[in-house]
Ligand binder design. Structure first.
Ligand SMILES: [Zn+2]
Length: 119
């Protein structure tokens, strides 16, 4: 999960396709991943993760800016293990949870949210 976030951040599209289960790609490829406008990724919160045999679930929020607008992907991702490797299969999108105004900002600036990206 974390390695896939890093791959988004680093625009390592071959890795993202490689770790996406081929039965679930649904037309996704390196070209579609690279389509503009690309979000500017800020940070990743892994909320929970669990594993049961060859299936895994990770709930996370990934913050990004697109055209200077702050937004987040809040998703529960499903993974399956084949031949010792984990593959992303599908995810369920959820509503992003905003930090409280006095919490540290999601962009890791060290400032309070209300004094940073909440503006
Ligand atoms: Zn910020």
């Amino acid at each position: 999960m974390r390695s896939r976030f890093c791959a988004f951040y680093l625009k390592n599209y071959p890795y993202l396709i490689d770790t996406h289960h081929s039965d679930y790609l649904d037309g996704l490829n390196e070209q579609t991943l690279a389509q503009e406008p690309l979000p500017q990724w800020l940070s990743l919160d892994v909320i929970s993760s669990k594993q049961d045999g060859d299936t895994g679930q990770v709930s996370f929020q990934a913050w990004y800016k697109l055209d200077n607008e702050l937004d987040a992907i809040h998703e529960r991702s499903d993974f399956t293990k084949q031949n010792g490797r984990w593959f992303y299969t599908q995810g369920e999108q959820k509503t992003p949870i905003l930090p409280k105004r006095n919490d540290k900002c999601v962009c890791q600036s060290g400032k309070k949210f209300k004094q940073c990206c909440a503006k």
